[in-house]
Design a protein. Structure first.
Length: 324
């Protein structure tokens, strides 16, 4: 026998896991005893919340979608983020940006290293969640290992990228002229739809190591590890608001990610020409930077580079008079 339950978002799911229950019966001597019977029970599905400003609110819209595994079984309730959720994420990111950018490069590197430590400690959970998304266990384990290594990679670049990309410039006048990098500000990231963890790590880490704060939209099909990543960030040394994670449908949120006037750059991952055209057109409203990554393999070694840090940096040139 199976039971069908009504979910918060109006959907229904049928499960058929056996449950052992007890019932009273009388034996031949008229004494009551307990009998075990088999019934069906519905598991309590976890509701994965969004992550804004260091907290885990439910979506203000109250909407959810039922995530199913490869066999069609329900595994979790996932928030469908709204425009208001995105606006609140931008407010949180803006409030945290100046403080985060003001921290020393060494400290930002130490905080990213701590994130890698926390990821390592929960590696088994990430492997399990990626496996639920349809990956073979060996592939899921490799993705988690690559993700941890990628965080460490950018942690190492925290106090080095300025040395690579800054410069002292020769000028004809009596001035000392030099250029250095500054963070763009608030970055909105439409993460890769194909990956649950490695693509998200590969786009968030180069943005925040350079002093930016961000709002990232997780993969609609593989959101579990993204929300668990938020739990890692919340329990690491990363200040609230530096990274804000939303779940939901890209079609509903794409325009908001691109046209919000207090977002300084939008990162688009994908190869949909219409979506990319929308991002570039909407980004022109306040001349924000529109960055696009058209790649399918985020596991490869060329998916990390200090040039990914440079993508969300601005060049500041300073003149100082010298001589008489």
């Amino acid at each position: 026998m199976s039971q069908t339950s009504k979910r918060k978002n109006g959907s229904t799911a049928t499960q058929s896991k056996p449950r052992t229950t007890t019932a009273r019966a009388e034996n031949g001597n008229g004494h009551a005893h307990l009998e075990e019977t088999t019934a069906e029970r519905l598991p309590v599905l976890k509701t994965y919340k969004i992550y804004i400003g260091g907290k885990f609110p439910r979506t203000e819209s109250g909407r959810y979608y039922l995530l199913k595994n490869a066999k069609g079984h329900a595994v979790a309730n996932i928030c469908l983020s709204s425009r208001k959720d995105f606006r609140e994420s931008v407010v949180a990111a803006r409030a945290a940006q100046s403080s985060w950018a003001g921290k020393s490069a060494y400290l930002r590197g130490q905080i990213l290293y701590r994130i890698a430590e926390m990821l390592e400690g929960r590696a088994a959970q990430f492997v399990e969640e990626l496996s639920v998304s349809g990956l073979a266990t060996s592939v899921a384990r490799l993705e988690v290992e690559k993700s941890i290594d990628r965080v460490l990679y950018y942690a190492g670049w925290a106090d080095k990228y300025q040395q690579i990309f800054s410069s002292v410039n020769p000028v004809a006048s009596s001035h000392f002229n030099f250029s250095l990098l500054e963070p763009t500000g608030v970055v909105a990231i439409l993460s890769p739809e194909e990956t649950g963890l490695i693509g998200l790590i590969s786009t968030i880490m180069p943005a925040i190591v350079g002093g930016n704060t961000c709002i990232a939209l997780a993969s609609t099909a593989k959101p579990l590890s993204a929300v668990t990543l938020a739990e890692v960030l919340a329990t690491s040394d990363l200040p609230g608001g530096v990274v804000n994670l939303l779940t939901g449908k890209r079609a509903e949120l794409l325009e908001h990610f691109a046209n919000h006037m207090d977002v300084n750059a939008t990162v688009y991952c994908g190869n949909d020409r219409e979506e990319l055209a929308t991002v570039r057109t909407k980004a022109a409203l306040n001349v924000k930077r529109a960055i696009s990554y058209d790649r399918e393999d985020w596991m490869s070694d060329d998916a990390h580079s200090p040039y990914f840090i440079l993508d969300t940096q601005e060049v500041k040139t300073t003149w100082h008079p010298v001589g008489v």
